[in-house]
Ligand binder design. Sequence first.
Ligand code: ZN
Length: 128
Amino acid sequence: MRHVLSLETPAQTSGACTITREHLVTRHLWDAYRQHLVVLMRQRSAKTEKIYRTKRRNLVRSLLSERPVCQRCNADRSHDVHEKKSRARGGSITDVENLVALCRPCHAWVTEHPKEAHEQGWLLWSWE
Ligand SMILES: [Zn+2]
């Protein structure tokens, strides 16, 4: 970081930019560091994604067998696991408290009628 800051000084004072060996070394280190971060992030997200997929798949299977009837209409067979607070809103996709088993038509209704679904407790906003 000290290098990056000191590099700005010559260009600011003289208006010219001189590329020195130090610039190139700094640039090389920066590129290497950035590449290292990209690799780390990719590994972590792939690992997280795998855990998520395995855990979620098992959870969906057990939840649908525990709650075979749709929790909204109490008539049709449950088919989907719906998150009341979505992942995008900061909700957990593996917390049973946040999950409900719905039939296809009810799940579609919840998705297509967010205002009514929220009033009836099938959807939660991020701050709830
Ligand atoms: Zn239903």
